[in-house]
Design a protein around this ligand. Structure first.
Ligand SMILES: Cc1ncc(COP(=O)(O)O)c(C=O)c1O
Length: 428
């Protein structure tokens, strides 16, 4: 076995979203607890982005560890086509109750949860014998890296090599907003006008990230815009798919962003915080109205989709344990926005800070710097490096700097995150 040092690249690994010719070697992590990652080289780092937005309660949470351990000693995996088990049933009952969507379909991650939602939406129309092919998505969207998820996401550098393989999707502007934005209403009106025209074509489904587009640049929209979107989608008879892979489980200051925005989608994709960020799992929730169109003696009505690890009992057990934690202390996510606010307010006065936005556990702003906006803006890596030296792990999206910490982060740690950002801004 090859042993790589703390700052070297392993010869057998191919890391995600990384250009090896241009990036720093990864750091080796030996363990983690709460909001901290402990590097092999000794120093702790605050995980200010919850390890790609998954770690909800903090790392190595004892309740989540116990749930995995106990379940692993009881039933670690079973084929879910001919069998069921208590952790899956309990999870389905609980998620049905809090999403208002009665049926749960399991998959493995956020991308597959989106793929399943898209497949269900398309087949729902086919099963009813109605030809509806158009899918509508929003500019700037990110829904994952599998082909269907890529197709509905913004076409960009990441999807370019596959462009000819991606199905066509109609696009609508995303009227992102920020503090002291006095032009938002005009942008919303324009987006709604485009959506309205687009929906004149018979539409199978409209997919969106409620309240917050994540990878597209932490772009926040107002609830009233989403309510208007929902009205148009309903009037057109199309299905509404909420991709809550990032925004679910308290991230946006309520159980789900849809709930905060007053939406009742037909389908919902969930992952990331589903297991508290402990194990990979995705689910697609569907209304009973959707589900019922898949039932009948004709085999072609069936949703012929499944994954080897469907409803993995370890994932279900830890998802139930994560829900227990959220239910026991909802104030942790309901009140998180208030913890960010004074820090972001102070930061907003910095000349390098533009377009502040805050929702739930997410605080973000744009760097006022030269260069084109987007993932490759070089200011992001500079901020990342300086913050890392100050003990804080950030991963800006180009010129967009954000914090999305785990719920357990202490006030002192949060202060350290903002101090590290302030230091980076002063050095830009
Ligand atoms: C809104 C949204 N949908 C889907 C995905 C894809 O999830 P995964 O990376 O688990 O495939 C992501 C990932 O960041 C996401 O933010």
């Amino acid at each position: 076995m090859t042993s790589a040092g703390p700052h070297t690249r392993h010869p057998n690994l191919w890391p995600p979203f990384t250009q090896l010719a241009r990036s720093e070697p990864p750091r080796r992590v030996s363990r983690a607890d709460g909001a901290l990652l402990h590097l092999e080289s000794g120093e702790p780092l605050i995980d200010a982005i919850s390890s790609w937005w998954v770690t909800l309660h903090g790392h190595a949470h004892p309740d989540l560890a116990a749930a995995v351990h106990d379940q692993a000693r009881t039933l670690e995996q079973v084929i879910f086509a001919d069998f069921t088990h208590a952790p899956a049933e309990r999870l389905a009952e609980r998620l049905s109750a809090i999403t208002g969507l009665q049926r749960l379909f399991f998959s493995d991650n956020g991308s597959t949860a989106v793929e399943v939602a898209l497949k269900i939406a398309c087949q729902w129309w086919a099963n009813r014998g109605e030809a509806r092919h158009q899918i509508v998505a929003f500019d700037g969207a990110y829904h994952g890296d599998t082909f269907g998820a890529m197709a509905v996401g913004e076409r960009n550098l990441f999807s370019a090599p596959f462009e000819d393989k991606l199905f066509p999707v109609a696009r609508v502007p995303w009227p992102a907003t920020w503090w002291d934005d006095d032009a938002v209403e005009a942008r919303e009106a324009e987006a709604l006008a485009v959506l309205s025209r687009t929906l004149e074509t018979p539409t199978a489904a409209v997919i969106l990230e409620p309240l917050l587009q994540g990878a597209g640049g932490m772009a926040v929209v107002r609830p009233q815009f989403l309510k208007a979107v929902q009205r148009l989608v309903h009037d057109a008879g199309a299905l509404l798919i909420a991709d809550e892979v990032l925004t679910g489980f308290g991230r946006c200051g309520d159980w789900f962003a849809s709930r905060r925005a007053g939406l009742q989608p037909d389908l919902m994709a969930l992952s990331k915080g589903l297991t508290g960020g402990c194990l990979p799992m995705g689910v697609t929730m569907a209304s009973e109205r959707i589900f019922s169109a898949f039932i009948g003696s004709d085999p072609s009505l069936t949703l012929w989709h499944g994954h080897s690890f469907t409803a993995n009992p370890l994932g279900c057990a830890v998802a139930n344990a994560s829900l227990d934690l959220l239910e026991a202390e909802p104030q942790r996510f309901l009140g998180f926005e208030a913890r960010h606010r004074p820090h972001l307010q102070a930061l907003s006065r910095h000349p390098r800070v533009d377009h502040c936005r805050l929702i739930g556990t997410l605080a973000a702003f744009d760097l006022a710097v030269e260069g084109t906006a987007g993932y490759l803006n070089p200011a992001g890596p500079t901020v990342k490096r300086i913050a890392m030296e100050a003990g804080v792990f950030l991963r800006p999206l180009g010129q967009v700097v954000y914090l999305l910490p785990p719920l357990c982060i202490t006030d002192a740690q949060l202060e350290q995150c903002y101090a590290a950002i302030g230091k980076a801004l002063d050095q830009l």
